[in-house]
Design a protein. Structure first.
Length: 419
């Protein structure tokens, strides 16, 4: 397949997509301990404990994620599947926003789907969801994913070796989402830097994306921004649409979450696959096995291991009383290895009987982009197997390690093939 070569600065890619770089310091990106033994212990001795997941497993770095740091609130962490699932399916008591928000939080609650609850969240989600349903996966694949995937393989194919984590995985979600919003390849790394800046470079994001929103209002195209500016929902005789601030907030969240998670999950999937040559051979011979490999990867090692809720009512779970305004941290990574739900849960086994997991969350706030993420990983890994004969782990390179506290991924995915 012939595609236009992508010209991306390798040094800047590595800086923006290396968990050990300053970009991920606040999320504990350099945390190198295996958290799963501690997760098992905390599940067996709890499964609910006072404290944050990081502190409970011995992480002493900066904690910054949804529901963190919130130093003036009490924190509780949950480690089993049944309780985590019950909490995220109870949006009346456990909400995305606190009951006592400050002024900055009130603004977020008005414009960001991540912090909305109740009817406002339901209406907003109904407006943005249609582009992310399973039936739209082929639209994403044909319009942006396939082109990006094959252009990146064009860049590395003749070399016979690459770190697939940064040379391949890192750019796929970023360029897919940027493409879906009409953002150029040249501006894509500026977008990534903006959404990982902790709010310090939002002006650059607005400079790039706001004119696109304005242009699509006057002349729609076949892209995501056009869908959002035209979205309408009528309830009780009232028509709801998305304002520019709401579209920009959703675009920012999608850029941050989409370009910051799927690349790591793809790297985890490739790590699991290349560590098991017999499985790689089986998937290469029978591509129908690939979706099960991808799904087992997100169960076995979700890139976002924890997500939080705020309590709106005093609640007692497993003998632990949590007051109004406190934060519960659902440890999805621990829940996904709960032996009460999965046999031999620490083993990566794509042939196991599928069961619902929590890698994408659950309840009304289940990940809106999960079907796009699956499409990106399936398309990317499948194309590597198609185009790189004998793809295997590079035996002469230092093995990558899966690291991180609140965001997890591999340090590298060193690979070779028969060029």
């Amino acid at each position: 397949m012939t595609t236009e070569r992508l010209r991306l600065d390798p040094a800047r890619i590595r800086e923006l997509f290396d968990l050990r770089s300053h970009v991920y310091d606040r999320m504990g990106g350099s945390f190198e301990e295996d958290p799963y033994p501690a997760f098992h212990r905390l599940r067996e001795t709890g499964p609910v404990h006072p404290g944050t997941p990081g502190r409970l497993i011995g992480f002493q770095g900066t904690e910054f994620f949804h529901g963190l740091p919130e130093p003036d609130r009490e924190h509780f962490s949950v480690f089993d599947f049944e309780t985590c699932d019950a909490i995220v399916r109870n949006p009346e008591v456990f909400r995305m926003a606190p009951p006592d928000p400050d002024e900055g939080e009130r603004l977020l609650h008005k414009t960001s789907i991540l912090y909305m609850d109740g009817d406002r969240h339901r209406r907003y989600r109904a407006l943005v969801q249609p582009s992310f349903v399973p039936g739209k996966a082929q639209w994403w694949i044909r319009s942006w994913i396939e082109t990006t995937v094959h252009a990146l393989i064009d860049n590395i194919e003749s070399a016979g070796t690459a770190d697939l984590n940064v040379d391949f995985c890192a750019a796929i979600p970023l360029l897919t989402i940027c493409g879906s919003m009409g953002v150029s390849v040249e501006d894509a790394l500026d977008i990534r830097e903006s959404v990982t800046s902790g709010g310090q470079a939002v002006d650059r994001f607005m400079q790039i994306v706001h004119p696109i929103v304005a242009a699509r209002r006057s002349r729609p195209a076949d892209d995501l921004i056009s869908v959002l500016v035209q979205a309408e929902l009528t309830e009780g005789g009232e028509t709801h649409t998305l304002s520019d601030p709401e579209i920009l907030s959703f675009a920012y969240l999608l850029m941050a979450a989409g370009s910051g998670t799927t690349w790591k999950q793809m790297g985890i999937t490739l790590t699991a696959l290349l560590d098991r040559p017999e499985l790689t051979d089986a998937v290469r011979a029978d591509r129908s096995l690939l979706p099960a490999v991808v799904e087992e990867g997100v169960r076995w090692m979700p890139t976002d291991p924890v997500f939080s809720r705020f309590l709106w009512e005093e609640t007692t779970i497993h003998g632990v009383t949590m007051p109004v305004g406190s934060v519960t941290h659902q440890c999805y990574a621990a829940a996904n290895r709960d032996p009460a739900r999965w046999d031999d849960p620490d083993t990566f086994d794509p042939r196991r009987t599928p069961r619902t997991h929590l890698a994408f969350g659950s309840g009304p706030h289940v990940c809106v982009g999960m079907h796009v993420a699956r499409a990106e990983i399936n398309t990317g890994v499948g194309a590597l197997l198609d185009r790189l004969p004998g793809l295997r782990r590079n035996p002469d390179a230092e093995s990558g390690r899966i690291i991180g506290m609140y965001e997890r991924g591999p340090t590298a995915v060193p690979a070779v093939w028969d060029a």
